[in-house]
Design a protein around this ligand. Structure first.
Ligand SMILES: *[C@@H]1O[C@H](CO)[C@@H](O)[C@H](O)[C@H]1NC(C)=O
Ligand SMILES: *[C@@H]1O[C@H](CO)[C@@H](O)[C@H](O)[C@H]1NC(C)=O
Ligand SMILES: *[C@@H]1O[C@H](CO)[C@@H](O)[C@H](O)[C@H]1NC(C)=O
Ligand SMILES: *[C@@H]1O[C@H](CO)[C@@H](O)[C@H](O)[C@H]1NC(C)=O
Ligand SMILES: *[C@@H]1O[C@H](CO)[C@@H](O)[C@H](O)[C@H]1NC(C)=O
Ligand SMILES: *[C@@H]1O[C@H](CO)[C@@H](O)[C@H](O)[C@H]1NC(C)=O
Ligand SMILES: *[C@@H]1O[C@H](CO)[C@@H](O)[C@H](O)[C@H]1NC(C)=O
Ligand SMILES: *[C@@H]1O[C@H](CO)[C@@H](O)[C@H](O)[C@H]1NC(C)=O
Ligand SMILES: *[C@@H]1O[C@H](CO)[C@@H](O)[C@H](O)[C@H]1NC(C)=O
Ligand SMILES: *[C@@H]1O[C@H](CO)[C@@H](O)[C@H](O)[C@H]1NC(C)=O
Length: 602
């Protein structure tokens, strides 16, 4: 019976359809049941009158409320379906709003747990790539109402890059701002209002509000901390794709290094350089576990040149790989063939790796940007094999090429065709153009978080130390900028003490982009929300970040990750203990000036 109402909810028709709910009254002790609350006319009656939420006019006739029973839901349906293991019935609500005087159409959908499962929480999850999250059910397992938004450009079905240009040269600024921060802020403001009304929370009853995301979801999390700081109690931001212009152009950097040096290493050669580096640096942190827990020591003590001449071998492969998800389009699997490869690591290959790990400098030798840490895999540098010529050739990652074409050159093209005439200075010019043009939208580098802090917000920020997509130094640079902006007149120690109460940053040894690393079987944190809830609701300030090793010799070992700026040092190979200590030289190796830019880059 319930099944007939379970449609992808953003496809439901508008209009005040009173949905006859045939669900039987549950045996909960609460006086009000989900069935009674989950009624379109009831939710309609909760809609605030125009003017209550400044600039937002909710359209009562668009409200649809339906009970969803996950246990009977077709697992193939999209939209309202959840990937979570939540099995209780919940109420799915969709409605539309328009911005005052604008006539646009934003559709939002929310999932409300039944009253007996509601824990006074509101939760949003971030998306990834150029996409916002489209699943409204992510908070249910926490007893939280959560939501998703069309952002006014049907973000349920389209990623920003697909709607970004109306045509060559013509930017869709509305979509850009909505994606950058506004749609999520509004989703929270509207959602919190409805949540309070839906369950009848008293005015002094707290509605704990959370945001969690990684990659662009991490940028989205930071956008909320920066722009809607008074709305959130707990925010978890992983590997944020912020400093958006620099970050996206960085994806063209590795190919530019190869183009400039005139050498496109076989993929196996680069892989071997990475493997051999991991092997060489593994023990510098005091334990041989396949993980570079101290990439700073690797950078300071290991010389890549020592790898020249080492043999490599890779069997021929035909593989289907998933894109990094920077665009929905990239998620289609791509088939690639590589031949059997064998040889010795060359001077040229090492030169490429060194230059990539060093980062981007302009022709005056001034640093423009930092790069991936030594020992990270060099994904952006993967060349393309041309079977006709039996040669390795230029491959420009579409993550970066798309950004340059669409967001910098304003051409409706999905990648750069080549790098003819492109120098390091060109990359820096693109970064500057992007930084200035999207300073107030995508860049997401506001460093004054006073509003968030003063309204009690807590922030856990983390980043994989061997992230091959977004350099962890990017997170550290932002952390340092916040510290300097907010505590610039305090001593280093005092500023750490202040930050510790509300903004904690963690590097995850060996981890890749928003996940564990195939090449380094290190720890990964899986219980961030539990930790955050405990901090926000019970005042338990984390002293480390709980992480678990999932593979290798130390599989299932738990580690309390060191809080930045302390770094781990294992005491002995056969002890599962390390100390977290501060090391000045290490800290300096993570600290960058970016003088190629003539204005501050936060
Ligand atoms: C608020 O404004 C919208 C659009 O202008 C309109 O459709 C809606 O009915 C108004 N809501 C109320 C409660 O007046
Ligand atoms: C889900 O989709 C697969 C293939 O697309 C199909 O074989 C299967 O029967 C579907 N399951 C349901 C429950 O509809
Ligand atoms: C708003 O957009 C939704 C799709 O997101 C559509 O179903 C609905 O008809 C639109 N409403 C108006 C008033 O155009
Ligand atoms: C519903 O009942 C549970 C206990 O069964 C209680 O913990 C919860 O606070 C109640 N919720 C409301 C909204 O009354
Ligand atoms: C946009 O510009 C590109 C590059 O000049 C061109 O290839 C493409 O055809 C143009 N698109 C349209 C719709 O004119
Ligand atoms: C690098 O190490 C990985 C994981 O141990 C292995 O699968 C791969 O074959 C190695 N590659 C080379 C070129 O040695
Ligand atoms: C690699 O180096 C070894 C000596 O270490 C040499 O025998 C071999 O010929 C070299 N292979 C290639 C492809 O250069
Ligand atoms: C730092 O500056 C802030 C704001 O100007 C001020 O409130 C605070 O007392 C200063 N702290 C110190 C240690 O000077
Ligand atoms: C640490 O995380 C693991 C799962 O990764 C979990 O089983 C364990 O309970 C957590 N420990 C603490 C103290 O939270
Ligand atoms: C490991 O423990 C044993 C005895 O407990 C000790 O003799 C040895 O030195 C320790 N260290 C290593 C690296 O094995």
């Amino acid at each position: 019976m319930m099944n007939s109402y379970i449609l992808p909810l953003y496809l439901t028709l508008t209009g005040s359809i009173a949905v006859p709910v045939s669900d039987s009254v549950s045996s909960s002790s609460n006086s009000t049941t989900l069935t009674e609350l989950c009624d379109s006319s009831y939710v309609q009656s909760l809609i605030p009158s125009n003017g209550t939420l400044l600039g937002i006019e909710l359209i009562p006739s668009s409200v649809q409320a339906v009970v969803v029973d996950p246990s009977t839901q077709d697992s193939n349906s999209s939209g309202a379906s959840s990937t979570s293991t939540y099995t209780s019935k919940y109420c799915s609500v969709t409605l539309e709003y328009t911005h005052t005087g604008k006539g646009d159409n934003v559709t939002v959908k929310y999932a409300f747990p039944s009253p007996d499962e509601f824990s006074n929480r509101f939760y949003l999850a971030g998306g990834g790539g150029y996409s916002l999250n489209s699943d409204a059910t992510g908070g249910l397992t926490y007893g939280a109402v959560s939501g998703a938004t069309s952002a006014g450009y049907d973000a349920f079905d389209y990623s920003l890059d697909e709607v970004f240009l109306y045509g060559n040269g013509s930017i869709n600024w509305d979509a850009t701002y909505m994606f950058s921060y506004q749609a999520l802020g509004e989703l929270t403001v509207v959602g919190k209002y409805l949540t309070r009304e839906f369950y009848g929370l008293a005015q002094d009853e707290k509605l704990y509000t959370y945001f969690e995301g990684c990659s662009d979801g991490g940028r989205e999390a930071m956008s909320q901390v920066q722009r809607w700081g008074d709305q959130y109690d707990g925010v978890i931001a992983g590997a944020p794709a912020f400093r958006f212009a620099q970050q996206q152009v960085l994806h063209v950097f590795s190919a530019t290094v190869e183009h400039t040096l005139g050498y496109y290493p076989p993929t196996c050669e680069l892989e071997k350089i990475v493997n051999a580096t991991i092997e060489a640096c593994d023990g510098l942190d005091g334990r041989v576990d396949g993980v570079i827990s101290r990439s700073d020591l690797c950078a300071l003590e290991f010389d890549l040149e020592s790898l020249v001449g080492q043999p490599y071998y890779c069997a021929a492969t035909t593989s289907s790989s998933l894109g990094f998800g920077f665009s929905k389009r990239d998620e289609a699997s791509q088939t690639s063939h590589t031949p059997e490869q064998s040889g010795n690591i060359t001077q040229e290959g090492i030169a490429v790796a060194k230059q990539i790990y060093d980062g981007l400098f302009n022709s005056d030798g001034e640093r423009a940007y930092f790069s991936f840490r030594i020992g990270s895999s060099l994904d952006d540098a993967d060349a393309t094999y041309n079977a006709d010529d039996d040669a390795w050739e230029l491959n420009i990652p579409s993550t970066g090429g798309l950004y340059v074409q669409k967001f910098i050159k304003l051409l409706d093209l999905d990648n750069l065709e080549n790098l003819d005439g492109v120098t390091y200075d060109t990359l820096i010019d693109w970064m500057k153009t992007g930084m200035y043009r999207y300073f107030d939208s995508l860049q997401t580098t506001v460093t004054d978080l006073t509003t968030f802090r003063d309204s009690g917000g807590k922030l856990i920020h983390y980043h994989g130390e061997s992230d091959p997509s977004i350099p962890p130094a990017s997170s550290i640079h932002y952390w340092q900028s916040v510290k300097d902006t907010m505590y610039g007149n305090l001593t280093f120690e005092d500023s750490l003490k202040q930050l510790d109460d509300w903004y904690q940053f963690y590097l995850i040894p060996g981890a890749a982009h928003c996940g564990a690393n195939d090449l380094q079987p290190g720890p990964y944190p899986e219980t961030n929300m539990e930790i955050m809830i405990n901090w926000v609701e019970n005042g338990v300030k984390p002293s480390g970040l709980n992480a678990t090793v999932s593979e290798g010799k130390y599989a299932s070992e738990n580690q309390e990750l060191c809080k930045w700026p302390t770094r781990p040092l294992w005491k002995s190979d056969n002890l599962s203990t390390f100390e977290c200590s501060f090391d000045e030289a290490s800290y300096k190796s993570w600290t960058y000036d970016l003088p190629a830019f003539k204005i501050p880059v936060y």
